[in-house]
Design a protein around this ligand. Sequence first.
Ligand SMILES: NC(=O)c1ccc[n+]([C@@H]2O[C@H](COP(=O)([O-])OP(=O)(O)OC[C@H]3O[C@@H](n4cnc5c(N)ncnc54)[C@H](OP(=O)(O)O)[C@@H]3O)[C@@H](O)[C@H]2O)c1
Length: 225
Amino acid sequence: MTMTFNDNTVSVVIGGTSGIGAAVAKALTQRPGRVEIASRATGLDIADAASVAAYFRKLGPIDHLVVTAGSSAPGGKVADIDLHAAKAAFDVKFWGSIVLAREAARYMRPGGTITFTSGFLARRTVPGTFVKTAMNAALEAVAKILARELAPLRVNVVSPGLTQTEAYAGMAGDARDAMFDRAAATLPAGRYGKPEDIARGYLFAIDNPFATGSVIDIEGGALIN
Ligand SMILES: NC(=O)c1ccc[n+]([C@@H]2O[C@H](COP(=O)([O-])OP(=O)(O)OC[C@H]3O[C@@H](n4cnc5c(N)ncnc54)[C@H](OP(=O)(O)O)[C@@H]3O)[C@@H](O)[C@H]2O)c1
């Protein structure tokens, strides 16, 4: 499967400085070729379309784009929503992903792939999480259209379930541990996700030449629970 990777292969992981993206980048660096990682920590804010355009112009030809950036979104009921924060979250994860795909596709070589990240809340009804639900559902829907519009480039989405990453660093330690313990106790898979578990989904999307327009659920069974 990794035979399509050679010394000239260029993979780009936006969000590769942390969590799931870091695990994908680590897995890709085991393969031939070059892996570029970017996030605000490296100077790229994907909510800034001009910066995204400049980033890909500078990079030149690429083969694979993985987007894991943008894990934060305000919680709360629709009635209580902070519209400014909700729109800012969309600007990063939804519009950022769209702009990344638009700009990356200009430089993508034949056989290229784009893999976005949504999340299990896209299709799970949980009060108080509608911003995540809306962003992720929108991304899954648009990815399918992009898979048609950009064909024969392939476009897929990985939809993770609860995964232990730096995204939860802001939570109190006890509450965070309780959340992960509860997930492990209640999910059919009997565990919460690790970044490496989710990274396998991106490798599948990149490697399988028959996969496009797919949403790959890796969520411990959250959607059947
Ligand atoms: N962890 C979970 O339980 C879970 C569940 C479902 C879905 N997901 C989804 O999986 C993806 C990865 O989540 P994660 O848990 O790995 O998150 P994470 O550890 O917080 O990593 C997020 C990455 O995105 C980058 N980023 C954030 N805002 C950015 C911006 N404006 N421009 C460029 N880069 C930006 C961050 O780097 P900088 O801060 O340096 O910018 C970081 O590298 C997210 O889309 C998240 O919604 C995660």
